[in-house]
Design a protein around this ligand. Structure first.
Ligand SMILES: [Zn+2]
Length: 257
């Protein structure tokens, strides 16, 4: 398997299980001091002084968010150090923004591989389904947010599945697995017959049970009305709703997944 640059770094440090991913240890070894303190107007920052750096991480964020922010600043330090210092806003740092060709997106891509390296995640996932409860367990084992874990899970899943994040009025972002039909799209607004709809208009913060329901409550596309999906939703700390939608394969249907 071809390792990404972040995976090569971890491999070089002898990381062979999730508990070995010691971001502060890596920072120390790379001449970067890590400080947790309240930050205003940004989520994390990198200040460089020649061959040394100070990484500040917002102490009021959750552990998963702090780890992603630290990994993001480490990416700037390791990959973009010629560019000097960085002040990174909350909207710049996140696993859902890792594919564009900007410096921030590239730092997110590197950070994602640092906290959830494919060479450890693939054996962890094996043939597991792509439900949120699996993402939650993945996030626990790798000490990441459930969002970061869900995005990684869906990118590596062999199932025809999708995760989508909605607020009260619209779809905010989504990520599909490689085998999810390219002509199917998540609905723009939560359907009123879903538990996710109830959840976005209340302050219930539990995760729903996995449920089988008509796929067209979640997905638009030709022939979707004939399909069913297994779905699961949860409310994220910012009040948005994250959902996993896995299409159910049936041999007597015209489409197979
Ligand atoms: Zn940044």
């Amino acid at each position: 398997m071809q390792l990404s640059p972040a995976e090569r770094l971890l491999w070089g440090y002898g990381v062979t299980e999730p508990a070995h991913i010691d971001l502060e240890g890596i920072a120390h070894d790379q001449n970067a001091q890590v400080i947790y303190r309240p930050l205003h107007g940004c989520e994390a920052r990198l200040a460089t002084f020649g061959d040394r750096a100070v990484i500040s991480v917002n102490s009021s964020s959750s552990e998963g968010r702090q780890r992603f922010s630290l990994a993001h600043e480490l990416a700037h330090w390791i990959c973009d150090r010629h560019s000097g210092s960085f002040l990174c806003a909350q909207e710049d740092i996140g696993p859902q923004n890792a594919e564009a060709r900007t410096t921030e997106a590239q730092a997110n891509g590197y950070a994602s591989q640092l906290i959830l390296p494919t060479y450890l995640v693939d054996p962890w996932l094996e043939n597991k389904d792509a439900h949120l409860e699996i993402a939650s367990a993945l996030g626990n084992d790798f000490r990441t947010s459930v969002t970061a874990a869900a995005i990684k899970m869906i990118k590596r899943s062999k199932k025809a599945a999708l995760i989508a994040c909605h607020n009260q009025t619209r779809l905010l972002w989504h990520q599909r697995s490689r085998s999810f039909p390219s002509d199917f799209f998540p609905v723009r607004e939560l359907h009123c017959d879903t538990e996710a709809f109830d959840m976005v208009f209340s302050d219930k913060s539990r995760m729903t049970k996995i449920k089988k329901e008509p796929a067209n409550r979640w997905i638009n596309g030709s022939g979707v009305y004939r399909l069913e999906a297994q779905t699961q939703s949860m409310r994220l700390p910012d009040g948005t709703i994250l959902s996993s939608i896995s299409l159910i394969s049936e041999n007597n249907r015209s489409r197979r997944f």
